[in-house]
Design a protein around this ligand. Structure first.
Ligand code: PMP
Length: 298
């Protein structure tokens, strides 16, 4: 496995970062999770746009232009010769000292890892998954904008622990007002009376790339999509519910807090959108050229 680290492709054992890196010390940085499907990096441009927007908001100047970051990502995929993979692109504030002041960090650390994907079990897709609602709330947008995909995942991790303890794969997270935000690492949708609804980003959700793709697919086939305010009452009484995310793709939800959703089976619209997404993912993105040399610049 070759890892891109600060302009070089290095073997896994040499891909190490200092304990003085502010990503390690303070979770100061941003990241992306991206999929490669059959040699196509799904919506790479959108992921890079989100990365640079996150970096801008946290006032971090990346050492590569977006075009160079795309080239570095594609070359790292090619160097690992993987047709199907999960890419983790991490940019931390970089090497500094023990104070939180980012001014002490001269250059951000950039790492690109191209790993084999660990898929959710097939039964999640065939039968759907149960959810619980975590008592851990999403950080309010007035404290930290949820659109920043930052390295600070502590409250999501605590909510994931709630899910694990309850024996379910994912937990629903509410915002500080008690409205639905998203899950620990996935966005959430419901279907009600033939329309698709998902929490507006201002209620505390990350602007998921998969969320955006599913909304576009729905609109293309005439399904109404509303970004709105959802309470638990809306969730429990939904006709269908599903999760979206880079790792998860589209996962049907069959119960929330023990309340059955719809007839307790993956719904028809969920299946339709999941099928449409499966077709989209291999053609919407940037193709990898596997014949490029393995050096990576700058
Ligand atoms: N919400 C959170 C908190 C996430 O970390 C993620 C990414 N795993 C998502 C939603 C889904 O976003 P995407 O579709 O871009 O993977």
């Amino acid at each position: 496995m070759l890892i891109y680290l600060n302009g070089k492709l290095v073997p896994r054992e040499q891909a190490v970062v200092s304990v003085f890196d502010h990503g390690f010390l303070y979770g100061d940085g941003v990241f992306e999770g991206i999929r490669v499907y059959d040699g196509n990096v799904f919506r790479l441009q959108e992921h890079i746009d989100r990365l640079y927007e996150s970096a801008k908001t946290i006032d971090m100047q990346l050492p590569l232009t977006p075009a160079e970051m795309i080239a570095a990502t594609l070359r790292t995929v090619a160097a690992n010769n993987k047709q199907d993979a999960y890419i983790r692109l991490v940019v931390s504030r970089g090497y500094g000292d023990l104070g939180i002041d980012p001014a002490k960090c001269e250059t951000p650390t950039v790492a690109i890892i191209v790993a084999s994907i660990v898929l959710y079990p097939a039964e999640y897709y065939d039968k759907g998954v149960p959810l619980i609602t975590s008592h851990i709330r999403r950080i309010p947008p007035e404290c930290l904008d949820p659109r920043i995909k930052s390295l600070n995942y502590m409250n999501n991790i605590l909510a994931k622990i709630d899910a694990r303890r309850a024996g379910v794969p994912e937990a629903l997270m509410l915002n500080s007002m008690g409205f639905v935000a998203e899950c620990t690492a996935d966005n959430i949708f419901i279907v009600k009376d033939g329309a698709l609804k998902t929490p507006d980003l201002l209620y505390g959700a990350l602007g998921g790339i998969t969320r955006g793709a599913v909304m576009e697919l729905a609109e293309q086939v005439g399904i109404g999509v509303k970004e709105t305010r959802l309470a638990m009452h809306d969730m429990y009484n939904a006709d269908e519910c599903f999760l979206t995310g880079t790792g998860a793709e589209v996962v049907p939800v069959i119960s929330i807090d023990g309340r059955q959703i719809g007839d307790g089976q993956p719904g028809a619209m969920t299946r339709q959108l999941s099928g449409a997404f499966a077709e989209l993912r291999v053609r919407d993105g940037i193709r990898v050229d596997y014949d490029v040399p393995t050096e990576v610049g700058p």
